[in-house]
Ligand binder design. Structure first.
Ligand code: NAD
Ligand code: MLT
Length: 315
């Protein structure tokens, strides 16, 4: 591709410092202005050729339409849900992400939640006395020999599979794009969702949020699951329907949930957060030093490649 001139970049939230360093070493002026509100961003953006964001900055059509010089929006992370990609494309602005920078961290958090659910770790030390009194209610279960259903067998789904296999779990899954022979080579047997739901002791979802994945776990699909199934969502809020999850937890159809993501973040409705059988995190899947360093570096190098006219990557 032809080189593109990028002289000034705005970093509008906390992105690893290596991002700024790499851009500056390549002759790009970088201004960091975190915590701007929408009006401030709209007023500011016209002076920049590039914008680097994580997930807090909402790059809406209003922002994009005010960006008279913008050529690239770099998302230091995987999902581009906070960027209006259609509005950007209409203006000829390239949107880039760093799809593999936080894969390992998100997979590790998923495994942490799966293991925490199996060991009843969500019951805090305050319950120590109660545990002694009614210990059977807090009985955990080994992961060994249990069946984990992985819905979405991309980067993170694959890493979750190999880690949980090392605990002796059997991994089954579903993905409309990743071929069954490919996932079989990583020990994941693919099947239809209809076949998958009733077989799983645990289910974890690793898809993007889109119409076909919104409410993948809902009243009807929970009803097809084993009673007491435990579920994890470290992907996007809404893939597991929150109201259906609450009903399934209340009825015992769902035995526990680990949630890193919510439809509304932070969630104003605290019913799931406060539920005794739910473990929650405030969208921490990518919040490790290593993931942030990789994402910061990847997005800077990709922008430098664009300036030099090299091939672009992303997903
Ligand atoms: P990926 O693109 O590598 O994998 C997603 C997979 O989902 C693909 O293989 C795709 O074919 C599959 N898929 C699409 N539609 C599906 C459907 N209807 N049913 C089943 N599978 C379907 O993405 P990834 O890097 O593995 O990320 C997965 C999700 O995790 C994304 O939503 C991403 O935004 C999110 N994520 C969250 C955090 C976090 O902080 N919690 C961190 C990184 C990524
Ligand atoms: C992502 O899409 O990369 C994750 O949700 C993490 C983040 O928002 O940084």
């Amino acid at each position: 591709m032809a080189p593109i001139s990028i002289k000034r970049i705005l970093i509008s939230e906390s992105v690893d410092s290596c991002c700024m360093k790499i851009l500056q070493e390549n002759g790009i002026q970088v201004i960091e202005k975190p915590n701007m509100n929408k009006d401030d961003l709209i007023a500011e953006i016209k002076d920049y050729d590039g914008l680097v964001v994580r997930s807090a900055t909402k790059v809406t059509a209003d922002v994009i339409n005010a960006a008279s010089n913008l050529k690239v929006i770099g998302r230091a992370g995987t999902g581009v849900d906070n960027v209006d990609v259609d509005a950007s494309t209409k203006k000829g602005i390239i949107v880039m992400n760093t799809p593999s920078g936080n894969t390992i961290s998100a997979a590790e958090l998923t495994c942490t939640l799966l293991m925490s659910l199996s060991s009843c770790l969500h019951l805090s030390s305050e319950t120590w006395l109660i545990v002694v009194l009614i210990i059977w209610q807090f009985m955990g279960a080994e992961m060994y020999g249990k069946i984990l259903g992985i819905v979405g067998l991309g980067r993170i789904g694959k890493e979750v599979a190999s880690r949980m296999q090392s605990f002796g779990m059997k991994t089954i899954g579903y993905d409309p794009i990743t071929p069954p022979e490919v996932t079989a080579s990583w020990g994941v047997e693919q099947m239809s969702l209809e076949e998958l739901w009733p077989r799983c002791d645990y289910i974890t979802v690793h898809t993007p949020l889109m119409p076909s994945t919104t409410g993948l776990l809902n009243d009807a699909t929970f009803a097809k699951c084993k009673k007491g199934v435990k579920v994890v969502n470290c992907a996007r809020g809404g893939i597991i329907d929150e109201a259906a999850l609450l009903r399934a937890l209340e009825s015992g159809q769902c035995g526990g949930a680990g949630l890193d993501v919510f439809v509304e973040e932070p969630p104003k409705d605290r019913v799931l957060v406060n539920h005794p059988n739910v473990i929650t995190c405030p969208h921490l899947g990518a919040s490790t030093k290593e993931a942030q360093a990789r994402c910061g570096q990847d997005i800077a190098l990709q922008i430098v490649d664009m300036v030099k006219g090299k091939c672009l990557v992303g997903a």
